[in-house]
Design a protein around this ligand. Structure first.
Ligand SMILES: [Ca+2]
Ligand SMILES: [Ca+2]
Ligand SMILES: [Ca+2]
Length: 321
């Protein structure tokens, strides 16, 4: 290999290693960003700087989280489905910039969010469990739609995916969550307005989850800032029973949600063995975008300089040999 050929070989190798250092930096330190958002795309509402999509209380379903033996098994991946309206957009101080709806001054229509990703239980106790997304995320997604017609229906579980796709990402493997059951005495699952599910009970509990999403697509008619290297952080407070949203009959992909067959007679406490059980809970979330911290980029560039020096020394050695 001539010295010239060696340089050709070493250059891309150094860049590859520097790229790995950079990608590690991205996942470890991020700064939230203000991005310019047009709430109705080409419609009449003017764009403005925003930071956060504030979701209304919605539905989350842990599919098959309880196995046929009535157990939550640590390390066994399960699917998490989520759907909600997202009709408030906030600025950096938490003030509402855009609201969607039919009232005067509101942006016509709705934003909706659907997500599918994979979790594993990392620890389980008598009444509590912790979770992680540290499992294969092949096929995971987080999507935001704008629909000029407001038709999402939490009870039916319909109308969440019929708008224009404006954002999509894949779930990263550093998400965490927990859930704690405070009372196993069965109460009505649906305590939002009238009880739409008289046959279904639930335990009482709360939890939280923090899931990061790598942006893979954004619609430039809505996102006027280039957010292609951003990460969306989905921060959710989770509750059972349902007090602020109706439990969904089905999820956006057609999976049965609040039915006796999928949840057992008491949601969150399947007890009896038989078939695997799902766990349905209310999820009240918000989603913000961030990018790598400038300091982290500087650190990665220092790494690049060190690697470049390393390559130079090797080339010198090759010349003297
Ligand atoms: Ca507009
Ligand atoms: Ca819709
Ligand atoms: Ca209800």
């Amino acid at each position: 290999m001539s010295n010239r050929d060696r340089m050709k070989f070493l250059k891309p190798l150094g860049l590859l290693v520097a790229g790995l250092v950079l990608s590690q930096g991205v996942s470890s330190a991020r700064a939230s960003i203000v991005f310019t958002f047009d709430p109705d795309g080409g419609g009449g509402f003017a764009p403005a700087g925003v930071t956060t999509f504030d979701q209304q209380p919605g539905n989350a379903l842990a599919v098959g989280v309880i196995n046929a033996q009535g157990q939550l098994v640590t390390g066994t991946p399960f699917t998490l489905l989520y759907q909600a309206t997202s009709n408030v957009v906030l600025n950096t101080t938490g003030q509402t910039v855009f609201s969607y709806g039919s009232s005067a001054g509101f942006v016509p229509g709705e934003l909706t969010v659907v997500a599918k990703f994979f979790e594993v239980a990392t620890g389980t106790g008598l009444s509590s469990a912790s979770f992680s997304t540290d499992t294969s995320q092949v096929g995971s997604f987080f999507r935001i739609y704008y629909d000029p017609v407001s038709n999402a229906n939490n009870l039916a579980g319909t109308g969440f995916t019929d708008g224009t796709l404006i954002y999509e990402g894949t779930v990263l493997r550093d998400g965490t969550g927990d859930f704690n059951i405070s009372n196993t005495t069965p109460v009505n699952l649906d305590q939002n307005g009238g009880n739409n599910y008289p046959a279904l009970k639930a335990v009482t509990g709360t939890g939280g989850s923090l899931v990061n999403v790598q942006t893979t697509f954004f619609n430039p008619n809505f996102f006027l800032t280039d957010i292609s290297n951003s990460v969306l952080t989905f921060d959710s407070q989770n509750n059972i029973p349902f007090r602020h949203v109706d439990p969904s009959v089905k999820m956006f992909d057609g999976t049965p949600a609040a039915t006796t067959g999928s949840l057992g007679s008491t949601d969150g406490n399947p007890g009896a063995t038989g078939s695997p059980k799902n766990f349905l809970f209310a999820a009240d979330a918000s989603s913000s975008l961030s990018v790598p911290e400038p300091n982290t980029v500087a650190g990665a560039l220092t790494g690049l300089a060190i690697l470049a020096g390393f390559g130079w020394k090797r080339r010198n050695k090759a010349v003297s040999a």
